[in-house]
Design a protein around this ligand. Sequence first.
Ligand SMILES: C[S@@+](CC[C@H](N)C(=O)[O-])C[C@H]1O[C@@H](n2cnc3c(N)ncnc32)[C@H](O)[C@@H]1O
Length: 238
Amino acid sequence: MTPRKPKRPQLPFSDRPSPSSPTLAFLTELAGDGRALEFAIGTGRVGVPLRERGVPVVGIELSEHMAAVLRRKIDEDTLPVVIGDMATTVVPGGFTLVYLVYNTISNLLTQDEQVECFRNAARHLEPGGRFVIELGVPPLRLLPPGQVAVPFDVSERHLGFDTFDLVEQILVSHHFTREGEDGPYRRENSRHRYAWPAELDLMARIAGLELERRVADWNGSPFTQDSTKHISVWRKPA
Ligand SMILES: C[S@@+](CC[C@H](N)C(=O)[O-])C[C@H]1O[C@@H](n2cnc3c(N)ncnc32)[C@H](O)[C@@H]1O
């Protein structure tokens, strides 16, 4: 049987593409002559090549393990990383750019934590500085009434589907990955709080930031009602 692989126009949690040059160009332009702070820098997928383009980058990361993987690529003086929660951790100095990509604001599972994250971004920005988020649009149009799950991958070795708690705005991605030729299947889940762009705009207002731009991808394509993700830029008033 030919494996079916439904298009998953939503939060691409399971693949980690290298950042494209439009991503790096977008962030480099916004950083200007200043410094950039990456919330949840992970293994430096974006932060390391951005630093290599000449932008001074500092990272905040919750996981010591992820930071250790980053450290194999670049030394502490060139790209400092502070271990802590992006919603509350404060690093010294001002920044022209704070960015949080790859859907990672959804790792904060309550509205309060997400608001704190916006406040923390604003705290680090110099006047005129920008906060950038990359996030999927909640894929609720794929969930008709009565349906409990939305598949996003049905292939030989992997079955993946999302379930939703519409009251708490929680999406759980379920992964069943076959180990070896005949199994067994390894099961993994990840929980995320989804938020509409308009809710993020209110969080930004609470933090004293103004929406400057919203586009559908790093190339700057227009954001429309069919867009499956957005790149949003909020600005701290000068
Ligand atoms: C999907 S990865 C993205 C990493 C990187 N930004 C990238 O684009 O490749 C999510 C990262 O967020 C980190 N993370 C999750 N919650 C966090 C929090 N509250 N504060 C800081 N980092 C967090 C995880 O440890 C993980 O490294």
